[in-house]
Design a protein around this ligand. Structure first.
Ligand code: C5P
Length: 302
């Protein structure tokens, strides 16, 4: 996440994430799943602008970034401009909990595809928490922000940690991973998305649960071949039952000499781990030409 002050407003660049590993450990009484996931922030960003409003009103406008591909533009109909916008919910929650009286005008430039398993909405919410804390000069601690983030959604705390992390609980317990070299990915978002709740509903807890440790240790050692082999997402099988795009993308990615590939989060985005930036760009162009949606060559955020 990159934060810039411009006198009267704050600009926050907030990234998407990929799940290199996601295992379901148990189904909980509250309907959520206990999980273990390793997430990395990637260089695909939404931009949130925050302007303080002395009269106390809160509002948001949204636009699709210039240059977004046709398939993403189709999702423009679903631009999250309404009252359930995650950034709007975040600033409302901050005001409610702090009793703060001022308002704000938010403007969101969307690049991260929606319903994609890339946590764009959660990232926007985290950006809004950071912007409100700065813009309203509230002085909330990181622990206080993390707690608000956990209320807003399972993935929101991860974005406040601003680095790769292993997340547990329903995702809100974040253990930062520490320094990580650049990893290069190809990410494809097919023309149709999936609802996170639908995918979890169709999922099941594995009998033989995998641990994140072998993958984490390969990552620490910079052994990308092993990282590619150990990629895992327990939500991929249920997502394949709900969207034909997952198997289609699996076939498309398998045509290339990538280190590994799988779905991210609850889908429908699919990604491959490339050997280097050049390969990521080459494979992204080849997959884009196959008409499977929006395709990006990205790397982990520094
Ligand atoms: O927390 P968030 O709002 O992102 O979750 C969206 C939905 O995904 C939840 O309502 C729940 O159905 C499902 N979910 C789950 N277990 C998790 C995270 C999300 O079942 N750990």
């Amino acid at each position: 996440m990159h934060v810039h002050w411009h006198g009267s407003h704050i600009e926050v660049w907030t990234p998407a994430k990929l799940n290199l590993f996601l295992e379901l450990l148990a189904k909980r009484q509250d309907g959520y799943h206990e999980l273990e996931t390793l997430m990395v922030p990637i260089t695909l960003y939404d931009t949130l602008y925050f302007r303080d409003e002395a009269r106390g009103q809160i509002g948001i406008t949204c636009e699709l970034a210039a240059g977004c591909s046709e398939q993403t533009a189709l999702a423009a109909e679903a631009l999250p401009e309404g009252t359930d916008n995650s950034a709007l919910k975040a600033v409302r929650l901050v005001r409610e909990r702090t009793g703060h009286q001022r308002g704000c005008q938010l403007h969101l430039v969307k690049r991260i595809p929606l319903a994609a398993g890339l946590a764009g909405g959660s990232s926007d919410a985290a950006a809004a928490l950071v912007a409100a804390n700065l813009g309203w000069q509230l002085g909330l601690s990181q622990a206080e922000l993390m707690s608000l983030a956990g209320e807003l959604g399972s993935d929101v705390p991860f974005f406040l940690s601003q680095q790769a992390a292993v997340c547990r609980g329903r995702g809100e317990r974040v253990a930062p991973f520490g320094p990580l070299g650049s990893l290069h990915f190809v990410v494809a978002r097919p023309p149709a998305g999936l609802s996170t709740a639908d995918v979890y509903r169709a999922s099941r807890v594995a009998e033989q649960r995998r641990s994140v440790e072998p993958l984490a240790s390969a990552l620490r050692g910079g052994d990308l071949v092993t990282v590619g082999r150990l990629l895992h997402n327990q939500l991929q099988t249920p997502a394949e039952e709900l969207s034909p795009w997952i198997r289609r993308l699996d076939r498309e990615f398998a045509r290339h000499d990538l280190l590994g590939h799988q779905m991210s989060g609850s889908g429908t985005s699919y990604f491959g781990l490339a050997r280097h930036a050049r390969q990521a760009r080459r494979v992204a162009a080849a997959i884009q030409a196959r008409g499977v949606g929006s395709v990006y060559a990205v790397r982990t955020c520094r």
